[in-house]
Design a protein around this ligand. Structure first.
Ligand SMILES: Nc1ncnc2c1ncn2[C@@H]1O[C@H](COP(=O)(O)OP(=O)(O)OP(=O)(O)O)[C@@H](O)[C@H]1O
Ligand SMILES: [Mg+2]
Length: 254
């Protein structure tokens, strides 16, 4: 029963899956753009099942469709065909309002190009996901304080995104994605602009969130980052060409 229809009221409720329900199921998902008189396909017949607690890495050359796929998974893009169930909810049938409720409630998204809100400070950017979840003002203050501390950006809290370096914006983007403890974390090259040690810290953070139950899908060009995950999906020219376990994770668990 992957494609059960949820009522409007229950759509964003806490998730209590039937045993065996994947977090994400895609069947025949395609995306194309009109080019001249024809269509240019960016994703072809994508079929995926991502189980609760998986940590998946999507890899592949530039232009393969990795960000496009992640944006579909994250409900940032609705212009595609096929079937997608998120936690059993049939996204391809849901109106925008219900998709948005699911997204706000369950998904933390790290954008490849950060996407911080320019007219809000670092502090205010970090508060946004909490404001979607009825967190009290006092709790918001303490949660933002904790994450600023954890990411060592307390001194930047009153600055605006254009006053930060690229790497600092990336850190704020990661902090914003994880602050509300979402069940699903989708991250598009989350360490691309970071120093090696900072990148490692982010991957260690993802590993610990994954061990606490979060399902993670990351896009990465880095073999090291992929080794933190449990499975690698290779994309080429919009096709899934290969799925393989990520072996280093099992080594590190020995
Ligand atoms: N508006 C558009 N019109 C036509 N083609 C587009 C459009 N937007 C994206 N594409 C194409 O979709 C393809 C996939 O882009 P995508 O951003 O998903 O790649 P990617 O795998 O994330 O690459 P990178 O590793 O460089 O981030 C690219 O070939 C791109 O040119
Ligand atoms: Mg990309």
């Amino acid at each position: 029963m992957f494609f059960k229809r949820a009522s409007a009221n229950s759509v964003a409720d806490a998730w209590a899956p039937e045993p065996g329900t994947p977090v994400m199921t895609l069947r025949g998902v395609e995306k194309s753009f009109p080019v001249g008189a024809g269509q240019s396909f960016v994703l072809r017949r994508i079929a995926l099942d991502i189980a609760p607690g998986e940590f998946v890495s999507i890899m592949g050359p530039s232009g393969a469709g990795k960000s496009t796929l992640l944006h579909i998974l994250g409900l940032h893009d609705s212009a595609w065909s096929g079937e997608y169930a998120l936690m059993g909810h049939p996204i391809h049938k849901l109106p925008a309002k219900e998709r948005s409720a699911l997204q706000k409630r369950h998904i933390g998204f790290v954008f490849q190009s950060y996407h911080l809100l320019d007219n809000l400070t670092v502090y205010e950017n970090l508060e946004i996901p909490l404001s979607y979840r009825n967190v009290s003002r006092k709790d918001r203050q303490s949660m933002v304080g904790d994450i600023l501390d954890r990411f060592q950006i307390v001194g930047k809290k009153d600055l605006y995104p254009n006053q930060l370096s690229g790497g600092q914006q990336q850190l704020v983007g990661v902090a914003r994605a994880v602050i509300a403890n979402p069940q699903v974390i989708l991250a598009d090259e989350p360490t691309g602009n970071l120093h090696t040690a900072q990148g490692k810290e982010i991957m260690e953070l993802f590993r610990s969130l994954n061990e606490s139950g979060a399902t993670i899908v990351q896009v990465t060009h880095s073999e090291v980052n992929a080794s933190y995950g449990t499975r690698i999906i290779q994309l080429r020219d919009g096709w899934v060409v290969e799925e393989e376990p990520s072996n280093q994770r099992s080594l590190s668990n020995v």
